[in-house]
Design a protein around this ligand. Structure first.
Ligand code: GYE
Length: 351
């Protein structure tokens, strides 16, 4: 590690400490619905970094499990192009947290200027992020979050409020049922296809939905199981649910690809789904193919999750390069889309 990087590491730690003392920060780094907090994020730019050398960004990506993920990867690749002044390397970690830890160590070895991490699961990051911090490499976390009591282990996080998405899915279901003319007090059997267990997207969506659905004493969660955010596993889990339970009214799919798998399983079992069908499907992400599925009448509602993080991360890096403060935690604004509006909305969708 260069002397400058060592100096930077010390400055970073000191500035982080004072920022947290000033904010009265709690021990919890998991995103809450509180407004954005600011931190004195130290800039890595130093005199020898001020020339026109490309900024070296190492991206530790979860994998290629879903349409959302592919859109996210594309957004990062397009933003951090050579033409834009970057040297960009991405590691597809095949949904394995240990592969991500290895990828971070490799990027530290290579001496990247920034590590961008989309963590697969929340736990187990302290040691390796401590190593990045010791090396003076700022870590920007995107999409999912890590669980840590030491917020100095990362410079900034940008992503979605997954708990709110889970709560929004309850409102989405209420509205979808109203539209179908289902009486509000009719007993309802729900199954959930969960995402990768231990990932923020799974935890937030599962918890947000479970908490808010308590207001409906006639809603019953029959079962929940992980389909690991993939279409294939989503289909498998749905097939087994359909064998175990004869009277499923609602599927909550924690992402679109699992919803696509569920639709296949439902049709193969001779049942119908969507606004005019027997089984109501509520999904998350709102990717282009999900709009098509809503137009086709297969999915009822989609709670949006925006994957276009490239420009957001670039804004953070540019701010850090010029020594400015960045928000420690920044949430992306998202909406909910209903099947009846899908045809008129699809052309305005960017992913
Ligand atoms: O919903 C899913 C993807 O972490 C928000 O990961 C992301 C989730 C997204 O595989 O499709």
């Amino acid at each position: 590690m260069s002397v400058l990087k060592r100096i930077f590491a010390v400055v970073l730690i000191l500035s982080m400490c004072s920022a947290f003392a000033a904010c009265g920060s709690t021990d919890e780094a998991t995103p809450s619905s509180e407004p954005s907090k600011s931190s004195d994020a130290a800039s890595p730019s130093n005199s020898d970094n001020k020339d026109k050398k490309p900024i070296y960004v190492g991206f530790v990506q979860v994998g290629a499990e879903s349409d959302w993920r592919m859109a996210n990867t594309k957004s990062m690749q397009q933003t951090f192009s050579e033409a834009n002044g970057y040297k960009f390397e991405m590691v597809d970690c095949q949904q394995k947290t240990d592969k991500q830890i290895t990828a971070i160590r490799d990027f530290i070895q290579k001496g990247v200027d920034y590590i961008v991490l989309a963590p697969n699961t929340e736990a187990g990051w302290e040691t390796v992020l401590g190593e990045a911090k010791d090396a003076g490499i700022p870590v920007i976390i995107v999409d999912r979050m890590i669980k840590t009591s030491d917020e100095s282990l990362f410079t900034a996080w940008v992503g979605s409020n997954f708990k709110k998405e889970g709560e929004d899915a309850v409102t989405a279901l209420e509205n979808a049922l109203k539209e179908k003319g289902v009486a509000a007090d009719k007993p309802l059997n729900i199954v959930t296809l969960q995402g990768t267990m231990g990932s923020s997207a799974q935890i937030g969506r599962t918890d947000g939905f479970a908490e808010k659905m308590k207001a409906h004493s006639n809603w019953k969660l029959l079962d929940k199981q992980s389909g690991d955010f993939t279409q294939e596993k989503g289909q498998e889990v749905m097939e087994s649910f359909l064998k175990s339970y004869k009277d499923i009214n609602v599927v909550i799919a924690e992402n679109d690809n699992m919803a696509f798998g569920a639709v296949k399983a439902i049709k193969a079992a001779g049942k119908t789904c969507g606004p005019k069908g027997d089984i109501t499907i509520i999904s998350f992400d709102a990717v282009n193919a999900a709009f098509k599925a809503m137009i086709a009448g297969d999915i009822d509602v989609d709670v949006e999750c925006n994957p276009l993080h490239g420009p957001r991360v670039e804004e953070i890096i540019k701010a850090l390069e010029s020594g400015q403060k960045v928000d420690k935690i920044a949430y992306v604004k998202e909406g909910t889309f209903y099947a009846k509006d899908a045809a008129s909305t699809i052309s305005s969708r960017a992913y």
